[in-house]
Design a protein around this ligand. Structure first.
Ligand SMILES: C[S@@+](CC[C@H](N)C(=O)[O-])C[C@H]1O[C@@H](n2cnc3c(N)ncnc32)[C@H](O)[C@@H]1O
Length: 257
């Protein structure tokens, strides 16, 4: 029987090869490291740490991290990678909408974790991040910019994504169908992997929440955060690139005051 899976249940094992492909995690972590060092950050909570792509380069820089994720499948991969890098896996399976009891110097929630979270819960996550850090602590989060996404055509028809870097054993691609709901600012995504040219009969479904600059700005203001930097894209040279209207990402680095 063909099955329709929750997105991370289905995609965790492909995540690093497909979704994280081309994201300059090390360069972004270097930029964050400079900001963290200037602000005496030593401990970081990584909300939605996934497979550890920010956890690992930041732990290598000497920060103490706690990674939180709701997906046991993603955490299993994170643990394996962290140990392989000779670092200490400090990971918990939890929902980032729940209160975080420990205190940290910084809280990060990066690479569209908030895409899995509706506007009401977005505000809860930001509150949890703020409550989990000391005063003067730093919070970093990003969302996908609705204003950017709505400029693309979404015909709800299947298309085949480009082939992703081989893991040496298999060639991976993906069949994807996307539907944009402008009213509720969500993107419905249906995907199946194509392994060595063969389409998997199972599929995954996801609803991605998109946000506007106005919504993000209102949240920052309502929590009285001091914005240090807003970014709109990534590159290998700078890690993060300053925000310009309609950029794909709305990234925020802010300080609790
Ligand atoms: C797009 S991935 C990003 C992972 C990682 N930060 C990275 O940069 O590669 C989003 C992650 O957020 C996690 N996530 C989504 N909703 C969550 C929630 N309510 N509580 C905890 N983790 C959540 C997912 O399981 C997934 O691992």
């Amino acid at each position: 029987m063909n099955k329709n899976f929750n997105w991370y249940k289905y995609n965790a094992k492909y995540y690093d090869q497909i979704d994280a492909d081309g994201i300059p995690y090390d360069a972004i972590a270097d930029t964050l490291t400079k900001i963290f060092r200037k602000n005496n950050v030593k401990t970081i909570v990584d909300l939605g740490c996934g497979t550890g792509n920010f956890y690992i380069p930041l732990a290598k820089q000497g920060f103490d991290l706690l990674g939180i994720d709701i997906s046991a499948d993603m955490l299993k991969i994170a643990k394996r990678k962290i140990i392989k890098n000779k670092l200490k896996p400090n990971l918990i399976l939890s929902d980032i909408r729940d209160v975080i009891t420990e205190k940290f110097d910084a809280a990060i929630c990066l690479y569209n974790v908030i895409g899995d979270i509706n506007y009401h819960d977005f505000s809860i996550v930001i509150k949890n991040m703020i409550d989990s850090i000391k005063s003067d602590g730093i919070i970093c989060f990003d969302v996908i910019n609705f204003e950017n996404v709505k400029t693309f055509e979404f015909d709800n028809k299947y298309f085949i994504e480009k082939e992703f870097k081989s893991d040496k054993l298999h060639r991976l691609s993906r069949r994807t169908k996307q539907k944009l709901n402008k009213q509720d600012q969500t993107l419905e995504i249906n995907q199946s992997v194509i392994i060595d040219g063969k389409l998997d009969k199972n599929t995954s479904n996801n609803k991605m929440y998109l946000y506007t600059l106005d919504q993000v700005t209102k949240l920052i203001e309502s929590f009285g955060l001091r914005t240090k930097l807003m970014y709109g894209s990534y590159d290998n040279k700078h890690g993060i690139v300053s925000f310009k209207n309609n950029d794909p990402i709305i990234g925020v680095i802010a300080q609790k005051i």
